[in-house]
Every structure is written in C-alpha cells, then in structure tokens.
Design a binder for this molecule. Structure first.
Ligand code: PTJ
Length: 248
C-alpha cells in the first residue's frame, strides 16, 4: 500500500510495509511480524525517537566497532527488510563483515537474504555457505551455526534484533556483543556487552555517523568512560519519564 508522506504515522506504516514485503518475498519469517509489533510498542513508549541514552550507546558502539580487529554485523530477516542498505553502508565504513544468521532458518530464506543484501550493495555475504559453517558451543537453535570466517572468529559482533540465548553464548565465548533492541528488558539487552535501546532504523545510521565523526585518539576514552548497566537503567527511566509526561 502506498502511504502518503503527509500521514501522521508515515514512518511507522512504511516500516510495516517493508516487513510485509519481506514476508511476501520470502526472506522475513512470518513470526518477524510479531517481533516487529513488539518493537513498535517499545518504540511508542520511548517517543519514537533516539533518546539521550541511546545516542550515548550508539557513540560507544561506533568506538567499539572501530577498535575491533574482526567486526561482524549479524543480519536476520527483519533487519534486512528494514535497513539492508544502511547496514551495507555501515559495514563498508567500518570495514566489517556482514553475516546472515537466521533463527527460523531454511535454505530458501538464506538464499533470499544473500540476494537482498547483494542487491543493496554488499560485495561479500558470510553465513550462507555450508562449507564454512561451524557450531558455537552450547546453543542448539539454528542461530548456533555460524561462519568460521565471520562470527566464529569475530572479536566484536553487532546483533540487531537478537534473541537472548545467542547473545549470552557469544559473550561467554569472549566476544564483545553490541545489541540493538527496542526492549531494554529483553534478555538480549540485559546480557549484551553494550545495549543500544533504539529502533534499528535509527541506530544503524547513527552508529555510522559516529564512526565517521570519531577521532582515533578519543576511541579508548569513549569506551572506558561508559557504563552499560547504568546506561541501560537510565534508558528504562527515560521510558518511565516519557510516560509520566504523557499522563500529566
Ligand atoms: O529472521 P530470523 O529467522 O532470524 O527471525 C528474526 C526474529 C526477529 C523473528 C527473531 O529473532 C525473534 O523472534 O526475535 P524476538 O525474540 O521476537 O526478539 C525481537 C526483539 O527485537 C524484541 O525484543 C523486539 O522488541 C525487538 N525489535 C523489534 N523490532 C525492532 C526491535 N528492536 C530494534 N528495532 C526494531 N525495529
């Protein structure tokens, strides 16, 4: 459906349309619609804009990714539908790999993911070749099969819209996990090394902007000066304060 730009819910309806299109094209899981709806609800609570705490975390995410030796951006169906091109831009600016990782895995979806990422400018896509797949320890879901050239050997993994199990496993493997999740209470947000509580459609371009702006000399300081647990708590307070304002 064509949404007129003047519609007050233009942005939200456009995102829904992209998810719907992805389902029709066979690369977004049907359950991806449910996940998107949950995200919308939290986005509403935070005022559908990047909050101060999210912006802080996005700047640190850029610093962590710039400092990484082998950074990898993990992509699932929803992320590909919402912002495949922005992910490719970010990967290029960070010299990071893009790896397809699906919870509701099937071969056909994986192929379609590969195609959609290449259509959006990716030169190389990891995680779509059986030859290089290895299993991470203690994770039985399909997410546990990763590319040995990518996530398996990554030091930093950016995981937008993730499930908590894998975040926990990757952290236990000694990796720095940067999660993007609108729900600050999710296990992913709680277990990640760095939690960006924002819509992936805003977070990815913001991280790229910060990665372009950050001076090499300030990277270590930006990382050391940040306390994830504290910032996460503040992000919950921001939602609370936003509700208080609205209920006055
Ligand atoms: O493509 P697949 O097979 O890997 O499946 C992807 C989904 C997203 C369906 C799968 O990972 C899943 O079921 O995820 P969950 O457990 O529902 O978690 C999704 C999380 O992402 C929830 O905490 C949502 O609040 C959050 N979320 C949804 N939309 C967005 C979001 N976070 C950031 N930006 C969004 N646009």
């Amino acid at each position: 459906m064509e949404v007129p730009k003047s519609h007050p819910r233009y942005e939200s309806l456009t995102q829904r349309g992209k998810i719907e299109e992805g389902v029709k094209e066979g690369y977004v899981a049907l359950v991806g619609m449910v996940a998107h709806g949950r995200g919308e609800c939290f986005d509403y609570l935070m005022g559908e804009k990047t909050t101060n705490t999210a912006e802080k975390a996005e700047r640190v995410a850029a610093a962590v990714l710039l400092k990484a030796k082998n950074p990898v951006i993990s992509i699932n169906g929803n992320v590909a539908a919402l912002c495949a091109r922005e992910v490719v831009y970010l990967a290029k600016s960070l010299n990071a790999k893009i790896e397809v990782n699906l919870f509701y895995w099937d071969e056909e979806r994986e192929k379609r993911m590969d195609a959609i990422l290449r259509k959006n400018g990716a030169d190389e896509v990891y995680g779509t070749n059986e030859e290089f797949k290895v299993k991470v320890p203690n994770l039985d879901s399909k997410r546990g099969r990763v590319d040995e050239r990518g996530i398996y050997n990554a030091d930093v993994v950016l995981v937008p819209l993730e499930d908590g199990d894998r975040t926990e496993t990757l952290v236990a493997m000694g990796k720095t996990v940067v999660a993007i999740d609108l729900n600050p209470l999710s296990r992913t947000a709680q277990k990640a090394s760095l939690s960006v509580i924002d819509n992936v459609t805003r977070a990815i371009p913001n991280i790229r902007k910060f990665s372009d702006e950050l001076d090499k000399g300030e990277i270590d300081y930006v990382i050391e000066d940040f306390n994830n647990k504290k910032n996460l708590k503040e992000s919950i307070n921001e939602m609370k304060n936003n509700l208080d304002r609205l209920s006055l």
